[in-house]
Design a protein around this ligand. Structure first.
Ligand SMILES: Cc1cc2nc3c(=O)[nH]c(=O)nc-3n(C[C@H](O)[C@H](O)[C@H](O)COP(=O)(O)OP(=O)(O)OC[C@H]3O[C@@H](n4cnc5c(N)ncnc54)[C@H](O)[C@@H]3O)c2cc1C
Length: 384
């Protein structure tokens, strides 16, 4: 039975109410793919402060080739024509629905027969993921960052995961003479994939003149780098190595975007802020709230590659709920799966692939990702 006191309290706190069959919070890879599938048969509301879907894999290339972003940024209006997009941010999840707020501070209560949390990761700055604004703002960002990069000779990359490695590859392909230093706190770069693939990636970068420092941390600089355009400086690693730079770029992973759970659903979060999900991808203990993508506590690498599986399970189970039935499909996390394709610019890279294992074939990496950064795959999904 509905808690009437919650309903009255929410009415007082928000101006308006909006109702759909399914409300999806977050229009990234999980949310947008799910919205596209469900909108064929259900009334879908998508809440996202951005007005576009961005192919995240293309971000490293967009930084050096801003025109590439014209293909990788896909407006919701074109990609999801049957979906009702609300340009706002979920600020508080309640038992009745989501309280969302737009850029002007206007609040709305959004409710549906099922809700989906797909708000992904929040990064320290907007380098690889826009945090607000339009697709046009995002193009302008890439152009401005490119100009800053073009004028910098000594570039410091902090973080040797896939993002740092791909950014190093793009920079050294576009500007072979620049001095690039990559610092990683772990004993090796690319921790999420096999040792062989990581060693090959390191060797390709070193041949291009990149200095790779592993097992060293940089502290004390991170808060400055919330400003992507921060100026030049000098930093000392915890091992005493001094690095002077014209531009420092933070390439460390994000944290789950789940602050909206803290008020009423704190017990559904792990200590590091991931959402606890059951095998059917419903939030543990909830009947009609699902969570997908990077915010979940599923024990697997946080990758788009796995999210296709989340979307399939959630779409089937949500259709069951809309039909008055119980969800029956389960998702099995790809724990320990080292599959990864990490590019080094548009022509080469390394891969650990299902069936093949670690492959040294540059042509394969070029075909599966480096040439196009998967943009055509998403354009096809959205019929663009
Ligand atoms: C640079 C880069 C390269 C990558 N390369 C690869 C790759 O090659 N292969 C691979 O498999 N994976 C790759 N990944 C990982 C992949 O992109 C992520 O796993 C995937 O994007 C996660 O999808 P998601 O839908 O959970 O979150 P996201 O795609 O991050 O989407 C989250 C969405 O939620 C919105 N949002 C955030 N907060 C709120 C809120 N409060 N209310 C409403 N909306 C909100 C955001 O605006 C965003 O649109 C890469 C990631 C990055 C950053």
């Amino acid at each position: 039975m509905k808690d009437v006191s919650v309903e009255v309290a929410n009415e007082e706190r928000v101006g308006e109410r909006k109702v759909g069959d399914v409300v999806i919070y977050g229009g990234g890879i999980a949310g947008a793919l799910l919205a596209r599938q469900l909108s064929a048969t259900a009334k879908v509301i998508l809440v996202d402060p951005l007005d576009y879907f961005e192919v995240s894999m293309a971000a490293p290339r967009n930084l050096v080739k801003p025109d590439f972003s014209r293909q990788s940024i896909m407006p919701f209006a074109k990609a999801l024509p049957r979906v009702d997009h609300v340009a706002a941010r979920l600020t508080e999840l309640t038992s009745e629905g989501g309280i969302v707020e737009d850029a002007s501070g206007r609040r709305l209560l959004v409710t549906g027969k099922a809700a989906v949390l797909a708000t992904g990761n929040r990064f320290a700055n907007e380098l690889v993921r826009g945090q607000e604004g339009s697709g046009a703002d995002r193009h302008a960002f890439y152009q401005r960052f490119h100009d800053r990069l073009a004028g910098a000779e000594r570039i410091l990359l902090i973080g040797g995961g896939p993002i740092g490695v791909e950014v190093a590859g793009e920079i050294t392909e576009a500007w072979p003479h620049k001095h690039v230093t990559l610092v990683e706190s772990q004993p090796r770069i690319l921790r999420g994939t096999s040792e062989a693939a990581a060693a090959r990636a390191a060797s390709i970068l070193e041949k291009r003149g990149v200095t790779i420092l592993t097992g060293q941390r940089i502290d004390g600089l991170l808060s400055n780098l919330q400003d992507v355009f921060a100026g030049s400086g000098e930093v000392t690693t915890d091992a005493g190595q001094v690095i002077a730079y014209d531009l420092a770029i933070l390439c460390i992973g994000g944290r789950p975007n789940t602050a909206f759970m803290k008020q009423n659903f704190a017990s559904r979060l792990t200590p590091d802020g991931h959402v606890k999900v059951a095998a059917d991808l419903r939030v543990k203990g909830e009947r009609t709230i699902f969570a997908l993508g990077d915010i979940t506590d599923l024990a697997e690498n946080k990758m788009a590659f796995h999210i296709r599986g989340h979307v399939k399970v959630a779409a089937t189970n949500i259709r069951s709920i809309l039909a008055g039935k119980s969800p029956s499909l389960s998702y099995k996390p790809r724990t320990g799966d080292p599959t990864m394709v990490v590019t080094r610019g548009s022509r080469t890279g390394v891969a650990h692939l299902p069936l093949f294992g670690h492959t040294r074939w540059s042509w394969l990496v070029r075909k599966v990702k480096a040439e196009h950064m998967l943009v055509p795959n998403y354009a096809k999904i959205f019929s663009l």
